[in-house]
Design a protein around this ligand. Structure first.
Ligand code: ANZ
Ligand code: ZN
Length: 833
């Protein structure tokens, strides 16, 4: 019998058996639901190492829970809409549909080769009308609930992809180290902005666009993060920063408008500003509104300079406008001093932040300081550092920290915090307020390969939603053109108004693909349901997803959208849960020569090179899932060798006739070590520490090998050790697990076997202590290294495993002599068997 593990043959055989027996299909009477999900892949054509790692983690965990007796749902599907399919279609003179289907076939085959255990009966594909009709249906429900808006907006525009991008799809280039600190500050939200897909610098355009008003949920999405204890802190922090909660105040300024000749009546208006530092109000020397602010628009009507400025900066980002601005003829009244302040329209004031207006406090705010220098505005310090007698030159640099108030009337001498509190209480013009940085979710895309937005524009009726019974609005056939193919499609574009029946124009924007993935986890629960996107009862039963595994690049986009969608669905009455994911595993990056392993970098190691099993075992044993790790041939070798070793041990055992029946003293050690390993490995699996589980398994294998080398093994105990190894390794290396299990004549398939349990009580510290102490006893009994017999050596091998814990006990008991003896014994016995 060959004792070489031939992975290709073994893989093929067990994959066949699993499929034949439908072992991954969820049983209809599932009573102990556990939902394990890996983020479904975008259909790019091939699996990369990030996918392999992602799915190795979710698969190992799903298998572990299945062996623990849970009814595990572990499905897979395809995130199949999106621009790359359209681009590829152009390049290959194909169409997005056939290209995508070809990608899916290839990727599914790759997943199957890897032996991932999915319930393929639940496969979903987002570009199929049966799926995307529910995007349209959900769009309508959100619309009816007031969560959809259609607005002219200045949007991010990628000239290369010829489409708009959501804020979160615009990336800042890291390298731009700004030489000019102040300008850098002003532009920090806008540095070097590039498209997340093609890295082309992103411009701006004004277009009518569809939005989901995720900002309605800003507060609860932010607050909800506190309760997501199963999420990594890092991801929660990224979401917090993205939502950007800012506490501060809303301050009302009365603004006198210039007389415009024709209309003298409305000489006054009120402008609210948002400030995080209301206590600096005595240092306000001007008021500035954004070019899109109502006041700017109305002033532009009567003032050519203002009109020209607004026109000039309209389509530009803050990076381009710098500290440009224009003074207007309006003046503002300081609510506390009654002083007259000039009013500016300034590009650095953002339209959709706070109220779109600021009070300029050049002495204490970087951006205001830059603006004041440019426009020669007074810089008046009202906060002085508390302790150090620093001489701050406010003309040179603003002082941005807290301190003691000065030149602030009755608030002089108070600390910033105190002054703020009192101002909020005492001034009617100043009111406590919170703003969020989060913007509404722009879902319009001027592209073909996406879900058509189910709206018809009618001259008489406005925008009319396509009736439910006419859904899905299906994508027409693909046509080759430079812009949006839907614009070229007369039969798609021209339609009749569902309301009045007159000729109307169909919306040609499609939905951002993140809409598809914002609820797909619900569709897996009832993938064929024909009259609703998902089954409400099932969803209430199966949600939240117990464990969701994915790349850390999704911390804001996808992981925020699923949280939003879940809450919106709950408010629509379609779901009882408000959070979709209980535990999130955010996996780190696989590196190769220090760089991210990726197709675009050309440093991809294909899973085929080493066999599925080695690859899986390696990516899991290399590091904690959340850590990055380096792909090195050496480490891969380690995973490979472990398989060969285990395989040989199982094979030898089956061939071997030389086993004992009577129990000798060191067998007891072995039993305890097996038990201890089971207990530890179980805990490691519970915490996704597969790398530590692998180490424990490797160690137990080593011990079992020594055990067998020293003495004829006890048949039952040894077999139990090997069976436990087979079971414990099988979530990570399922083909090997089956092969070992089968050789050792385990019952049925290991994939359906029960997770091993310790025979002795191994719970808690007491067990550990007892183990250490009995081991110590035995070591004390062995006095002379030269005279030790074989069973004693085994005790010492075991003792060596406990070396560190023994040391603790010895240190506590202060038994110096024994400690030295142990050292001597361990050195002599362990290294030279
Ligand atoms: C007055 C003030 C005084 C402010 C001071 C800060 C310090 P950061 O700076 O990130 O903490 N702000 C408010 N709305 C804005 C808008 N639409 N466009 C640009 N800037 C705006 O953000 C909070 C501050 O940003 C706010 O507090 C406001 O300036 C400015 F010593 O108000 B502050
Ligand atoms: Zn109409």
């Amino acid at each position: 019998m060959s004792s070489h593990y031939d992975h290709a043959q073994v893989q093929e055989f067990w994959q066949y058996v699993w499929e034949r027996d439908d072992v991954y299909e969820l049983s209809a009477d599932a009573s102990n639901p556990t939902y394990v999900l890996g983020m479904f892949p975008y259909t790019s054509g091939t699996l990369h190492m990030g996918h392999v790692r992602n799915y190795a983690i979710s698969d190992a965990y799903a298998r572990y829970r299945r062996m623990q007796g849970d009814d595990v749902l572990h499905p897979m599907g395809w995130d199949a809409f999106g621009l790359p399919a359209e681009n590829a279609a152009h390049e290959r003179a194909s169409d997005p549909e056939s290209w995508t289907q070809a990608c899916i076939r290839r990727m599914r085959e790759e997943l199957e080769t890897m032996g991932f255990g999915y319930d393929w009966s639940r496969e979903i594909t987002t570009c199929e009308p049966d799926y995307y009709r529910w995007n349209q249906w959900l769009f309508k429900r959100l619309y009816e609930a007031g969560l959809v808006e259609y607005e002219a907006a200045t949007v991010n525009w990628c000239p290369d992809c010829e489409t708009v991008l959501a804020d979160a799809q615009v990336e800042e280039r890291e390298d731009s180290e700004s030489s000019d600190q102040v300008a850098g500050e002003a532009g920090s939200r806008d540095g070097d902005r590039v498209c997340w897909r093609c890295e082309t610098p992103v411009g701006r355009r004004e277009l009518d666009q569809w939005f989901f008003t995720i900002t309605d949920y800003a507060e609860e999405l932010y607050d909800g993060l506190d309760d997501l204890e199963g999420w990594p802190d890092g991801v929660r922090e990224i979401q917090r920063n993205w939502i950007g909660r800012q506490e501060g105040a809303r301050i009302e300024f009365t603004v006198s408008l210039p007389e415009t000749g024709s209309d003298r009546s409305d000489g006054e208006t009120s402008v609210a500003v948002f400030s995080t530092r209301p206590e600096t109000i005595y240092g306000a020397t001007y008021l500035a509104v954004s070019p899109g602010h109502d006041l700017a628009r109305s002033l532009a009507d009567a003032d050519d300079d203002v009109a020209a400025y607004v026109e000039r900066v309209r389509d530009r980002g803050p990076d381009e406008v710098g500290f440009s601005g224009v003074e207007t003829d309006a003046t503002a009244t300081h609510p506390l001093t009654g002083e007259e302040l000039p009013v500016y329209v300034a590009g650095y004031v953002l339209e959709d932040v706070g109220t779109g207006a600021v009070m300029g406090v050049p002495a204490h705010n970087e951006r205001d300081h830059g603006f004041a220098l440019e426009h020669d505005l007074p810089i008046e310090g009202v906060v002085a550092p508390k302790d150090e007698p620093v001489d701050v030159d406010l003309e040179e640099t603003p002082y941005t920290s807290g301190g003691i108030l000065e030149r602030s009337g009755e608030y002089d001498g108070l600390e910033s915090e105190t002054a703020r509190r009192r101002l909020l209480e005492e001034s009617t013009a100043i009111e406590e307020d919170v703003t969020y940085r989060l913007r509404d979710w722009l879902i319009s895309r001027q592209r073909y390969w996406g879900t058509p937005i189910p709206v018809v524009h009618c001259d008489d009726c406005g925008h009319v939603l396509v009736p439910d019974e006419e859904l899905p609005v299906e994508l027409p056939e693909f046509v080759r053109t430079t812009g949006n193919p839907l614009e070229e499609h007369d039969s798609f574009r021209h339609t009749d108004c569902p309301e009045c029946g007159r000729p109307a124009r169909r919306e040609t924007d499609t939905m951002d693909t993140f809409v598809d993935s914002s609820w797909y986890f619900l569709r897996f629960l009832s993938p064929d349901l024909a009259d609703a996107p998902f089954d409400r009862e099932r969803a209430n039963e199966w949600l939240p997803i117990d464990v969701y595994v994915g790349g850390d690049e999704h911390a804001i986009l996808h992981l925020l959208y699923i949280r939003f969608m879940t809450r919106a669905l709950a408010d629509l009455g379609l779901l009882d849960h408000r959070e979709p994911v209980e535990e999130l595993v955010s996996q780190g990056t696989v590196l190769y020569d220090g760089e991210k392993m990726s197709t675009s970098k050309g440093n991809v190691v294909s899973p085929d090179e080493y066999g599925a099993e080695t690859t899986r075992l390696f990516v899991l044993s290399a590091a904690h899932p959340e850590q990055d790790f380096e792909w090195t041939a050496n480490n891969v070798r380690g995973a490979y060798d472990l398989q060969q070793t285990l395989y040989r041990m199982a094979t030898d055992f089956v061939d071997e006739t030389n086993t004992r029946v009577e129990v000798r003293s060191h067998d007891e050690y072995l039993t305890r070590e097996i038990d201890r390993t089971i207990a530890v490995v179980t805990e490691e699996y519970d915490r996704f520490r597969f790398h530590r589980a692998a180490t424990e398994i490797r160690e137990l294998a080593r011990l079992l090998r020594r055990y067998r080398e020293y003495d004829a093994p006890h048949g039952e105990i040894y077999r139990r050790g090997l069976l436990s190894l087979a079971a414990m390794i099988s979530p990570m290396a399922p083909h090997l697990g089956e092969e070992l299990w089968n050789k050792l004549r385990g019952e049925g398939l290991v994939v359906e076997a029960d997770w091993p349990v310790p025979e002795t009580d191994v719970s808690g510290r007491a067990f550990e202590r007892r183990l250490v102490e009995t081991t110590l006893e035995d070591v004390r009994d062995i006095v002379d290294v030269a005279a030790i017999d074989e069973p004693d050596r085994i005790k010492l091998v075991v003792a060596s495993e406990w070396k560190y814990r023994l040391r603790e006990v010895l240190d506590e008991s202060g038994a110096d002599g024994v400690s030295a003896a142990v050292d001597r014994l361990l050195e002599a016995s362990v290294e030279t068997p």
